[in-house]
Every structure is written in structure tokens, then in C-alpha cells.
Design a binder for this molecule. Structure first.
Ligand SMILES: Nc1ncnc2c1ncn2[C@@H]1O[C@H](COP(=O)(O)OP(=O)(O)OP(=O)(O)O)[C@@H](O)[C@H]1O
Ligand SMILES: [Mg+2]
Length: 841
């Protein structure tokens, strides 16, 4: 049986001793049988969320809310003081609302879990001498794995072979520059015992090269597994997140002030301290938007499920609202806007004549390179089969996105030749050509690019020896020719651009390719070219200048990964949420930096890992659906917030006034709790509500000013009607205390619940905007229950007493007039804000 191992220790051991230590073979790996046993012993290779909490723990976690705890304590004290009925009612209400909340959230959680299962990257493992791909979760210590560019390192591993292996371990070290790894044994001392050169760590991305490695640690035993929880917190705040935070602050402040005020006034003026306290707590419960987390997670998981049906996997459900506020989408070109079905059109020499020699050089380079599987290389290899049996590869300098070229070194009848291929401007930099020829080549290159053809240049030189070559050896090459490729735009790219434009999302292209090729593609897919910025031009700009510039630029060409990243950050200063769509290793930093990273199924693991959403279906139209789903989440969450702020707060203002002027409590604490419970339950269907088209066809924006005004004006409005009721029941037709409370209970419940039909839309309720059926049903049901309660045989236990019918008529009239006034107020408020916004633009 395998015992635990120390990472630094294995770094200093030669491969044979590692074989022994881990009871494996660096050629054949462990057997499938052995792997199964080890998998049982060490558990699956997953980090992140610890074990999923049990359902009971999830249920109990809802009791952690301080208000719930205070209420429970209050119920206990009530029971101790002999007020059993009170205690039971409070207890039942707590239980009911917690179970409702829990059940809704469980639905959302399960949906999220099902979605998560469909993901998972694969890795090539060698077991019992055979190599095949398995899910990375199935790896165990001792496994022999093969690494290549684009892979995510699936565990903490010790390298036993490496060829030009460059790894980005920024997820661990924060250092974004790729580091070279090798398999050599190194002595371990106290000051070099982390991030060793012959180790690769889970979560790092392979940028270039290949390697073989033995798995040492898996799952939570890995370096990243032990710190996984801290890593998740690194997300930057978005418009939606910021809005939610400000909203939370606002509500906490107002609640605190109101509750303390009500408690103090009640306690001083006339009631027992305990009653006043209970009353204040009930008010606090009424004010807290306790359903908000549920409303959000249900709305988001509905969005995610909907996208899953359309063929997109949502990795991070919390990103859905960002989709809704996204107002600019950056995309790379190859594979997202083009088909990625690249074909080689021809190979030409410097004068533009078709040349078999140039093709042979290109073929040698493409077929012998061992980096990422790359569509350009595949196209070269698919274009013919020259005989290269007599050539032997002796070295390779892998591709990287800064050099934009790569080289292989071949041996052929005792001579060594370096063959280099890459972006023409980069190849020309390292070639020995006179100015005239350079001009001639550039002209040819531009002509081809203008026709939308992609061009790589090929160059070569003879060498003395064929080993241990460096990037600096790519010099003094002689120019051979150009390889010309065709990569047609996707059929649906034009539709996508048009659709996105219609719903207010700006599209920008950030590519590593030449600007002429990009311009041609833009023309074909109907993307207007507003401005072009080239990578080297941006390097001369300060951040401030860049931030000003990016607004009017629609294509960014010849951009390296870091440069792409810089553009994303600059765009973030102007836009609410920046989206990035990309598939390559070079897109990973931008996918992370963007508010919402989108990748496609065929993308490299590194890109998929960094993305929030992965489009599995090839259709780009899913993007459109995703944005709409995001906006629905946003809109429905906002409805709940506006509801809570307007009607709820109004009631609490009224209570504050009543505390000063009434000689008794306007409602009993249990009645307030009951009222709040019915009101909350009525809203449980908000996440499933319909939305007006005009809310969905613009990027959503969190507008704190609207929220604040809603609270003040709607709160005041509903308070005015409460005061009318108070006047009616206390002064005009004086009734008993129990009847007063019953009257206000019924009026406030009706106004609070029914106003949802007004708040949910900017238009005329029902006539211009139809609510979803579930919302209508839950609303009417809760209202009916609330209005029947006072007439039930046990109503007296809850302190209710029915009112005479003429007073009931007054109450109904007041509710109707209130709703009409609310509709008018809503219109005034929105027209005020749109005028203000129009003035600001
Ligand atoms: N296999 C390769 N061999 C040589 N050069 C390459 C290879 N792949 C890419 N290049 C060069 O590097 C440049 C940038 O790479 P690439 O086009 O993949 O970047 P990108 O930013 O992902 O662009 P895109 O928007 O086209 O996906 C290419 O335009 C090409 O000149
Ligand atoms: Mg790309």
C-alpha cells in the first residue's frame, strides 16, 4: 500500500527511485486494477467544494439567520410566560417559511449540480502500457500521464520527460509569465521547496511543448486543493454585485434606524418591554428581504437550465446576471467567427509562384512539431504527403504568442536544417533579405490578406549541430516563401452580430491575426469597422490614453495574450459588463479578466477552465438566448427588490407613526409575522414571471437612484393610505383594538401583495403586460388566505375579530384607490428617470 509522500523529497530523486516510491513504472504506468484500488484509497481527484453538505445541514443552515434565532428565542420566552398560542404561531411561521425557502433553493441547487456534472476535462494516461484519455477526476497517485499544450495540469505531478514545456502557474503564484519546466533531478533545500522546476502543479496551464509525468498528489492533497477556498474569492465586483451590496447596506441602515426608533418609542410610551421588543423584531423580519437569496438562485438556475436546453453549459451560475448587464462582447476570430475548417490554398515563393519546395518545408515543420494540435498545421498536413521518411527531427522551439513563430530542426543525410514558420512580419524580422525583396514580399502578403486569406511565412537555414537550440538561434534565416490559407466565416456569424446589435451589445474583435484579413472578415459578417488598433500601437499608450481610445475601436489586430487582457481592463472602465468569447490558450487570461468569459466546446482545456459559460452546440445564437436569460434574472430579481422596498417599507413607516400616536400596538407581533409570511409566499413565483420585451432588449443596469426613489415615494404613498385606514378605524368609525388590527392587517396585506402587478412592469398591468400564471395564482391564493383568516373559528387566538361590512367596503375602496395611485406614481417616477437619463447622455 502506498504511504504519503513529501513533494520536495521527490524532486531530488531520480526517476527510478520515484518508480519505486510510488510503485509504478515510468513506461507502462500502473495497471487499471491497481488504479481502481488507489482511487478507492485516495478518493476522486477533485478539489473545490468540500463534500456537499447533507440535506439536513442545508436545512439547518437556514436557521443561522440572527432574526430567526431571535424569533425562536422569543417563541421560547412567550411559551415560558404562558402565551402558548403566541409561541406556537411564531414557531409555525418560522418553520413554514424556512421549509418553503429551503425547498425552492434545493431545486436550484440540484439544477446547478446536474449542470456541473456534464463538464470535466480529460487527460491522456498510460496504464498497463496502453495510453488513452480518462476524466481527470479518475487519476490517482502513481498514474503516468502525457502533457501537451492546452492541457490543464490535472494533479501535482513530477516530470519524467519534458520537451520545451512551458507552464503558466499564475493560478498558484500570481506570476503570469510562463515558466519552463524540465525533468532533471534537483537538490531540495529549505529555500527552494515550492514551485520546483521538475514539478507541475494542479491548475497550471501548459502553454507549449510536451511532457510525461507521474502523479504524486490528487484532489484536496494538491497544492491548489489546500488553498482552493481562498482562490475562489478573487472575482472582481460587477455592476450587479455592486448593486446588491449597496442595496444590502441601504436596507440594513433603514431597518436599524426604524427598528430602534419603534422599540424605544413603544417601550417608553405604553407597552411592556417584552411586547415592544417582540414587535420590533417582527418589524425587522418584515423589513429583511429574506427571500432575496432564494429569488436570485432560482432565477439564475432557471436561466442556466434554459441555456443548457439550448446547448450551453453554465459553469458559474453566478455569472448569469453579468450576462444580462453585458453591453460589449469581445471575441477572437478563428473558430468563433470563422469555421476553423482551415484549408491550405497554396504555397508560394517570394515572387508569388507556386512552389513544391516551400510546401515541403511547411510540411516538415507542421508534421514534426509536437505543440498544440493546431488547425493551421492540420491544414498543411491535409494538403499532401511529400516523402519525408529520410528526415529526422532533432530539436524544436515551440510556438508562443509573443514571437508568433515556431521552429523545428531536422537532420537529413548528415546536415541539419532549421525550419521556421510564423507570422510574416515576425519571420521577416529574423531573415536575411534585402529591402527590395522585403517590399516585394510585403506587397504579396498584403494582397493575399486583403482577399481574406491567412498567410504564414516560412524560412530556413543550415546548422552545425541540431540540439539545444534557443529562440535566439532564430536569426539569419533565408526566406523560403508563404503558405496561404483559407478560413471562411461561419454562416451564423452575421446573424449573431446583427442580433447582438439589436439588443444593445457592441461587438469588438481582438485577434492575433493581420488587420487586412480581419477587415475582410468584418465586411463579410457585417460588422462595421469603426477603428483599428494594432498591438504595437497600444504598447505606446498610457492606460489613460488607451481607456479613451478603446471606445471607438472595433478591431484590435496582432494582439498577444497580455495585450488582449489589457484591452479588457480598459473596456471595463466604460462598460457595465464586458464579455469575452475565445477558444485558445492565448484567450485564457482575457476569459478570466472579463466579467463574463465564454468559450466553445472544441476549445483548449485552459480556455474552458477560465470560462464561465461554454457553448457546446456550434450555434452562436445561444449567446443571444444567454443574454436574454441573464436579463430575465436581472429583471426578476429587481422586481423582488422593488417590491420589498416600496410596500414593505411603507408599512414600517406607518408603524413608526402609529407608535407615536396610537395608545396601543397597531398590529400584534404575530400578526405582523403572519402578514409578512403571506406576503413573502405570494412572491415565491417571481423568478418565473414574464418580462416585457423592452426590459429584455436593452442591457440591464443597476440604478441605485431608481431604487432609492422607489423606496421613498412608494413607501410614503402606502403610508398615506395606512394613515387613512388608521383615521377611519380609530376616529371615523371607532372599533375595538382587535378589529383595528384586523382591518389594518387586511388592508396592508392586500396593498402589499397586489402592487406586484404594477411594479413588475413599466406598462399598464394586464392590458399591456401580462404576468405569468403562477404569479397570479400565488398572489390571489395568499391574499384569499389572509382575508379569510379573521373569519375562521380560531381567529380570536391570533387576535383577529371580523369587521362590519360597511367598513369592509371602505377598506376595499381604499385598496383600489391605492392601486390606481401607485400606477400613476410609477409612471411619473419612470418618466422622471428616463428624462434625467436622456439629459445625462
Ligand atoms: N501553428 C502555427 N505556426 C506558425 N505560426 C502560427 C501558428 N499559429 C499561429 N501562428 C501565428 O501567430 C499568429 C497569432 O495566432 P492566432 O491567430 O492563433 O492568434 P489569435 O489571437 O488566437 O487569433 P484568432 O483571432 O485568429 O484566433 C497567427 O496570425 C500566425 O501568424
Ligand atoms: Mg484564437
Amino acid at each position: 500500500m502506498l504511504s504519503t509522500i513529501q513533494l520536495p523529497h521527490t524532486a531530488s530523486l531520480p526517476p527510478e527511485e520515484i518508480e519505486q516510491l510510488l510503485n509504478t513504472s515510468i513506461i507502462r504506468g500502473i495497471t487499471e486494477q491497481e488504479a481502481l484500488g488507489r482511487l478507492r484509497q485516495f478518493g476522486p481527484n477533485v478539489t473545490g467544494s468540500k463534500k456537499r453538505a447533507t440535506e439536513l445541514a442545508e436545512l439547518l443552515s437556514h436557521f443561522k439567520n440572527p432574526l430567526v434565532l431571535i424569533l425562536l428565542a422569543a417563541a421560547g420566552i412567550s411559551a415560558g410566560m404562558g402565551e402558548t398560542v403566541n409561541a406556537v404561531i411564531i414557531f409555525v411561521i418560522i418553520l413554514l417559511s424556512i421549509s418553503l425557502d429551503y425547498m425552492q433553493e434545493r431545486g436550484a441547487r440540484n439544477a446547478a449540480a446536474t449542470l456541473g456534472k456534464t463538464l470535466g476535462s480529460k487527460i491522456t494516461v498510460t496504464r498497463g502500457g496502453e495510453s488513452y484519455d480518462i476524466a481527470t477526476s479518475q487519476l490517482c497517485p502513481g498514474d503516468l500521464i502525457s502533457l501537451r499544450a492546452g492541457n490543464i495540469i490535472p494533479a501535482d505531478v513530477r516530470l519524467i520527460a519534458a520537451h520545451d514545456l512551458f507552464v503558466n502557474q499564475s493560478s498558484l503564484t500570481g506570476e503570469s509569465f510562463p515558466v519552463e519546466k524540465n525533468a532533471a533531478t534537483i537538490p531540495v533545500t529549505a529555500n527552494n521547496d515550492t514551485f520546483l522546476e521538475n514539478m507541475c502543479y494542479m491548475g497550471s496551464g501548459v502553454i507549449s511543448g510536451t511532457g510525461k509525468a507521474i502523479v504524486l498528489y490528487t484532489g484536496r492533497k494538491t497544492m491548489i486543493g489546500t488553498i482552493a477556498d481562498e482562490l475562489n474569492s478573487g472575482q472582481e465586483e460587477t455592476d450587479f454585485g455592486r448593486g446588491m451590496r449597496q442595496f444590502g447596506l441601504l436596507i440594513t441602515r433603514v431597518t436599524l434606524i426604524l427598528v430602534v426608533f419603534i422599540f424605544v418609542v413603544n417601550a417608553i410610551s405604553h407597552h411592556s418591554i417584552f411586547q415592544s421588543f417582540l414587535f420590533a423584531v417582527a418589524i425587522a423580519v418584515g423589513l429583511t428581504p429574506e427571500l432575496l437569496p432564494m429569488v436570485m438562485s432560482v432565477a439564475m438556475s432557471r436561466g442556466a437550465m434554459r441555456m443548457a436546453r439550448e446547448g450551453a453549459i453554465v459553469k458559474r451560475i453566478a455569472a448569469i446576471p453579468n450576462f444580462g448587464s453585458m453591453d460589449v462582447l469581445c471575441t477572437d476570430k478563428t473558430g468563433t467567427l470563422t469555421t476553423n475548417q482551415i484549408s491550405l490554398v497554396k504555397c508560394v515563393n517570394a515572387t508569388g509562384e507556386v512552389s513544391a519546395d516551400v510546401f515541403k518545408l511547411a510540411y516538415l515543420n507542421s508534421s514534426l512539431q509536437t505543440g498544440t494540435i493546431n488547425p493551421l498545421d492540420q491544414a498543411v498536413m491535409a494538403a499532401g504527403t511529400p516523402d519525408i521518411a529520410s528526415f529526422e527531427k532533432t530539436d524544436e522551439i515551440p510556438f508562443d504568442f509573443n514571437r508568433k513563430r515556431m521552429s523545428v530542426v531536422v537532420k537529413h543525410s548528415d546536415t541539419f536544417t532549421m525550419i521556421c514558420k510564423g507570422a510574416p512580419e515576425e519571420i521577416l524580422k529574423v531573415c536575411n533579405v534585402d529591402t527590395d525583396t522585403t517590399k516585394q514580399i510585403q506587397l504579396l502578403y498584403e494582397q493575399l490578406s486583403q482577399d481574406g486569406l491567412r498567410v504564414l511565412a516560412i524560412a530556413s537555414k543550415s546548422l552545425q549541430s541540431g540540439k539545444n537550440l534557443l529562440e535566439s538561434d532564430e536569426c539569419d534565416l533565408s526566406f523560403a516563401g508563404l503558405a496561404v490559407f483559407f478560413d471562411p466565416p461561419r454562416d451564423d456569424a452575421a446573424t449573431m452580430i446583427a442580433e447582438l446589435e439589436k439588443i444593445g451589445v457592441d461587438v469588438k474583435i481582438i485577434t492575433g491575426d493581420h488587420y487586412l484579413v480581419t477587415e475582410k472578415i468584418c465586411r463579410e459578417i457585417g460588422l462595421p469597422v469603426k477603428g483599428i488598433l494594432q498591438g504595437f500601437e497600444m504598447d505606446q499608450m498610457t492606460d489613460v490614453v488607451l481607456q479613451e481610445k478603446v471606445r471607438n475601436i472595433s478591431i484590435f489586430t496582432r494582439f498577444s495574450p497580455d495585450q488582449k487582457n489589457r484591452v479588457i481592463h480598459a473596456l471595463k472602465t466604460h462598460h457595465r459588463a464586458v464579455g469575452y468569447l475565445g477558444d485558445g490558450i492565448n484567450d485564457a487570461p482575457s476569459l478570466k479578466a472579463a466579467d463574463i468569459g465564454i468559450s466553445v466546446a472544441g476549445a483548449s482545456d485552459v480556455a474552458k477552465d477560465a470560462a464561465d459559460i461554454i457553448l457546446t452546440d456550434k450555434q452562436l445564437s445561444i449567446l443571444y438566448d444567454g443574454i436574454i436569460a441573464g436579463r430575465e434574472t436581472f429583471a426578476n430579481t429587481m422586481k423582488y427588490i422593488l417590491m420589498g422596498l416600496s410596500s414593505n417599507f411603507g408599512n414600517m413607516f406607518s408603524v413608526a407613526v402609529a407608535a407615536v400616536f396610537l395608545p396601543f400596538l397597531p398590529m400584534l407581533p404575530v400578526q405582523i409575522l403572519l402578514n409578512n409570511f403571506l406576503y413573502d409566499t405570494a412572491q415565491i413565483t417571481i423568478p418565473a414571471d414574464n418580462n416585457d420585451a423592452d426590459m429584455l432588449y436593452h442591457p440591464q443596469q443597476w440604478n441605485m437612484a431608481v431604487i432609492r426613489n422607489f423606496m421613498l415615494i412608494f413607501g410614503l404613498l402606502s403610508s398615506v393610505f395606512d394613515l387613512i385606514i388608521f383615521f377611519l378605524l380609530y376616529h371615523a368609525f371607532p372599533v375595538s383594538q382587535a378589529q383595528f388590527r384586523t382591518g389594518w392587517f387586511m388592508e396592508s396585506l392586500a396593498t402589499q401583495i397586489l402592487v406586484v402587478f404594477i411594479i413588475r412592469t413599466r406598462k399598464l398591468p394586464f392590458v399591456q403586460s401580462k404576468p405569468a400564471m403562477p404569479l397570479v395564482i400565488s398572489t390571489l391564493l395568499c391574499l384569499t388566505v389572509g382575508w379569510i383568516l379573521p373569519y375562521l373559528p380560531f381567529a380570536a387566538l391570533m387576535g383577529f375579530k371580523p369587521l362590519p361590512s360597511h367598513i369592509m367596503l371602505y377598506i376595499c375602496a381604499i385598496v383600489i384607490v391605492y392601486l390606481i395611485c401607485a400606477e400613476i406614481t410609477k409612471r411619473l417616477l419612470y418618466s422622471y428617470h428616463s428624462k434625467k437619463q436622456a439629459a445625462a447622455v
